[in-house]
Design a binder for this molecule. Structure first.
Ligand SMILES: Cc1cc2nc3c(=O)[nH]c(=O)nc-3n(C[C@H](O)[C@H](O)[C@H](O)COP(=O)(O)O)c2cc1C
Length: 386
């Protein structure tokens, strides 16, 4: 069976990289993105199209199944926030091979986004330049798309504050976050508080310790049983991470998503035209996010700071989700060995093709066989436990 999946994925990969991608990459990236989400939405509407999609892209192996914070994940690979902003794909993504999806970012009020162009390809750097600025239809419309549905896989909802002038004031941005989270928590398996969108007019104020503390005091008050995750920026220093973990320990944070887009353009390949603004995804994020993940996971080996809520260790409290430049099974396996329980991606799928999800899952099982692991949860943090 493994050889069949491997052959199928190689054929699709060859076709995507040599025939389809060169054509798609001739067109505006946002138009192609919209074409893909509309196509995915259509495929998700009918049993027959879902079945055909599954035949082309599906992959299952019980050794990839984990229960995390009470949620069952059939495999650890998820679609990251930002691809499905308008919640169009929840019906199809399990057939494409994903184990979960994070929708959003959603905000309490709709926002049309920054003016176009706001998405660029940096092909040599294997990265995307992103400057949407939290474009989304707002919680009133988006909550209806999730209401009353039973999903085939876990859905995380990523909540941010509305990108508008009033929210330049922290005192206005905090209730905005809380209002969005309160509406969406009912429909989510987990909630992500997005602290790190690099494209809002006020920057990333909630990465500053005092503001983060104030925000989390209010998030703690939301009446929900759903686990709260927070999403951080890959350009944070270790000293900033120390402070961030210390505050997170005092609050209801159960998961840390590492990480969002980088603002650091200096590592981009000189042959790529740099976007005029925005954050960068893909391979430019991978080393930074991996370093932060490993640093945070290793802190799990240290006693937690005095006064922390769990009274245990950092790693006993937090689940780590790795995201940034995962293009292959090797990329994902390395991050899991460093401490990630779950993986998310977007850019790898755009550069390598949609079969990359099942190819990563298949490759994870191959590597677990090689290294003698029974279940994917045995791999989590293995390199940092020794
Ligand atoms: C087109 C696009 C839109 C994005 N929008 C969001 C967003 O709304 N909220 C968010 O938390 N992250 C957003 N991101 C960041 C991704 O979720 C992810 O953290 C980042 O792209 C790194 O992963 P990747 O290299 O696999 O793409 C966006 C990324 C892309 C490429």
């Amino acid at each position: 069976m493994n050889i069949l999946y491997k052959t199928r994925n190689s054929i699709i990969h060859f076709f995507y990289v040599w025939a389809l991608k060169p054509v798609l990459f001739l067109f505006d990236p946002e138009d192609i993105h919209n074409l893909f989400t509309k196509t995915g939405h259509f495929l998700g509407r009918f049993g027959i199209t879902r079945w055909k999609t599954r035949m082309l892209f599906g992959y299952k192996n019980s050794r990839l199944t984990q229960e995390v914070l009470g949620i069952k994940f059939e495999n650890p690979i998820g679609l990251s926030a930002g691809f499905d902003k308008d919640i169009m794909l929840t019906e199809i993504i399990s057939d494409v091979g994903f184990g979960f999806e994070e929708v959003g970012s959603v905000t309490s009020r709709p926002y049309a986004g920054n003016p176009r162009p706001r998405l660029w390809r940096l092909t040599k750097s294997r990265s995307l330049g992103v400057w949407f600025g939290l474009k989304n239809q707002g919680v009133e419309v988006l909550s209806k798309k999730l209401a009353g549905k039973v999903h085939r896989l876990p859905i995380g909802v990523n909540v941010a504050f509305t990108n508008c002038k009033e929210n330049l004031e922290i005192s206005s941005a905090i209730p905005d976050y809380v209002a969005g989270a309160k509406v969406m928590e009912k429909y989510a398996d987990y909630l992500t508080i997005n602290l790190s969108c690099p494209n809002t007019s006020g920057g990333m104020p909630f990465l500053l310790p005092d503001n983060y503390e104030k925000l989390m005091v209010e998030i703690d008050k939301i009446s929900t049983s759903k686990p709260i995750f927070v999403k951080i920026n890959p350009d944070m220093t270790h000293a900033e991470i120390d402070k961030f973990l210390e505050i997170s320990l005092r609050h209801r944070v159960r998961g840390i998503i590492c990480s969002n887009l980088t603002k650091n353009y200096s590592d981009a390949d000189k042959r790529d035209a740099l976007p005029p603004h925005g954050g960068l995804s893909g391979k430019l994020v991978y080393p930074k996010a991996l370093d932060l993940l490993s640093y945070m996971y290793k802190k799990a080996r240290l006693p937690s700071p005095a006064g922390s809520a769990n009274g245990g260790q950092v790693g006993n409290k937090f689940v780590f989700v790795f995201v940034g430049g995962v293009f292959s099974a090797d990329d994902a396996y390395r991050a899991i060995r460093q401490g990630a329980t779950l993986i998310q991606l977007i850019t790898g799928m755009i550069f390598e093709g949609p079969q990359v999800i099942s190819e990563i899952n298949r490759g994870l099982v191959e590597r677990m066989n090689r290294d003698g692991f029974k279940n994917i949860s045995d791999v989590v943090g293995f390199d940092n436990k020794r």
